[in-house]
Design a protein around this ligand. Structure first.
Ligand code: ADP
Length: 480
């Protein structure tokens, strides 16, 4: 789980706030209920005291000596109700004391006599078996006798209810919080799903497919605004890229004609017999640079057209093996001249949908580089095979290799790892950029692996053309 993800953070906040709210709610309910229960109990004890005083003690002198006892026992059954009742007459002492309750939870004789302020109001009496809430009322009879009436019950009555509430909270709160976490996480997942989709699509958009757009979520919320805003941004980028591509294409195109004229003029001058030898050398060198410049402009024009989507592709079904074998054969001389061992290992019947001259150019550029950057007595190999899903064209050499720093840049325009060597061989750093552009236009991928000083391997992975009956003949392996 990603702890930094929005999904996790919002769910954690949500669960934390909910837990906090539930805790405050629980504490308030607990304290409120505690107050209410004690208040209610105290009121009911006070009522008992007043009833005993006003209805029983007021009837002095009593008909019988045990009349008060009988009346209280009958009215309140303290023994059965775990009720403590005591009546004290000033100057006489305790005139009534309830019997110990049946369950023996406390002993009424142990309850200390009220002193001072305790004679009027509620108090807490601590016994060895528990605490008792006792309310006390003073009563003065008509005959001048003064009484203290006490009524009490065990705190446990209230504590049992409060404990029950605590247990309920302890059981249900974690359950509610867990439920909130699970449902919150699920809800977040659901509502952030479109963000994942947008991210995935946005990651796939590069300078080569700026015409694609992100999915717009029609929810009318911030996400819809975000996806629309991103799409507008991609649209503007697309426009800017188109502009740059058009500019490069137009500039290369416009440079072509003056360069051709310049070349022709220089060739005309070079043929003039009246030139001194030093002037002829200078013209020759200028002509050479003009050739190089024309070559660069031509290559730039090809790349710009691919970028601007203007390159015309004549797609046809062709056997990559046959194409590679014949193209490589035409280049064998180049390798022979340098004393390089040149091999082709080509499987026939590897059919692809492609533009023949363009794919030929891919092979030419890769093989030319391999020969260029491989010293004498090295080896260059061209391989065509199929891995069942893709057609693979590999050009491997045992040459100088490419350093780890240079490797990620070799397909960039005008990038040359070794400027001096590349310029000597006439390269301007556009060969691999063209290869890449052609591969992209064919939906192909190009990879390179290389070890400095040990050689390089370029691999082009093209989608295989759909198989038809006449291509199902036995594949032939030709090794030269
Ligand atoms: P260039 O025209 O300079 O060869 P490329 O675009 O064809 O330009 O290649 C770019 C750079 O990649 C080259 O300058 C060279 O440093 C490196 N490179 C390409 N192919 C090879 C290879 N087979 N072996 C070593 N380096 C290579």
């Amino acid at each position: 789980m990603n702890f930094r993800s929005l999904r996790f953070r919002i769910t954690a906040w949500y669960a934390g706030l909910l837990a906090g709210a539930l805790l405050i709610f629980g504490i308030s309910v607990y304290l409120g209920l505690e107050r209410y229960l004690y208040g209610d109990l105290q009121r009911s004890l006070g009522r008992d005291c007043r009833t005993i005083a006003n209805q029983l003690l007021s009837q002095r002198p009593f008909k019988r000596p045990d009349w008060l006892n009988t009346e209280i026992e009958e009215a309140y059954s303290p023994e059965l109700n775990n009720h403590f009742i005591r009546v004290i007459q000033d100057g006489v002492g305790v005139v009534y004391l309830s019997s110990p309750p049946k369950d023996g939870t406390f002993d009424p004789a142990q309850v200390p006599l009220p002193i001072g302020d305790e004679k009027n109001g509620a108090r807490k009496a601590s016994l060895s078996t528990g605490r008792l809430l006792v309310d006390t009322v003073q009563y003065a009879a008509k005959d001048g006798a003064r009484f203290t009436v006490e009524s009490g019950v065990l705190y446990r009555q209230v504590e049992v209810v409060l404990h029950g509430l605590l247990v309920t909270f302890a059981v249900y709160m974690p359950f509610i919080i867990s439920l909130a976490i699970v449902s919150g996480y699920w809800l977040m997942r659901r509502s952030l799903q479109p963000v994942d989709e947008i991210t995935e699509r946005a990651e796939g958009i590069t300078s080569t497919n700026l015409s694609e757009r992100l999915p717009v979520i029609r929810t009318g919320d911030e996400l819809e605004r975000l996806s629309k805003a991103l799409n507008h941004m991609i649209e503007r980028l697309d426009g800017a890229f188109q502009h740059v591509h058009r500019f490069s294409a137009d500039a290369s195109h416009e440079l072509r004609t003056p360069l051709t004229i310049l070349q022709l003029e220089l060739e005309g001058i070079a043929q003039n017999n009246l030139l001194t030898s030093s002037l002829a050398d200078q013209i020759g060198s200028a002509l050479e640079e003009t050739h190089r410049m024309s070559h660069i402009v031509e290559n730039l024009l090809v790349i710009s057209r691919f970028d601007a989507g203007e390159a015309k592709m004549n797609l046809s079904r062709l056997d990559l093996g046959t194409l590679a074998a014949s193209t490589a054969e035409q280049m064998r001389l180049l390798a022979d001249e340098k004393g390089i061992l040149f091999r082709t290992s080509v499987t026939g019947n590897v059919y692809v949908e492609g533009d023949r001259p363009r794919l030929q150019q891919v092979i030419v550029n890769l093989v030319a580089n391999a020969v260029n950057y491989t010293p004498e007595a090295g080896e260059v190999e061209v391989i065509v095979r199929s891995n069942g899903r893709k057609a693979l064209l590999e050009v491997a050499d045992t040459g100088v290799g490419i350093s780890d720093e240079a490797l990620p840049h070799v397909f960039e325009r005008f990038y040359r790892a070794d400027k001096a060597r590349s310029r000597d061989s006439g390269g301007a750093g556009l060969g691999l950029a063209i290869v890449k552009a052609i591969c992209t236009a064919h939906g192909a991928e190009i990879r390179v692996s290389s070890h400095e000083g040990r050689g390089s391997r370029f691999t082009v992975e093209l989608p295989l053309a759909r198989v038809t009956e006449n291509t199902l003949d036995q594949s032939a392996l030709r090794t030269h």
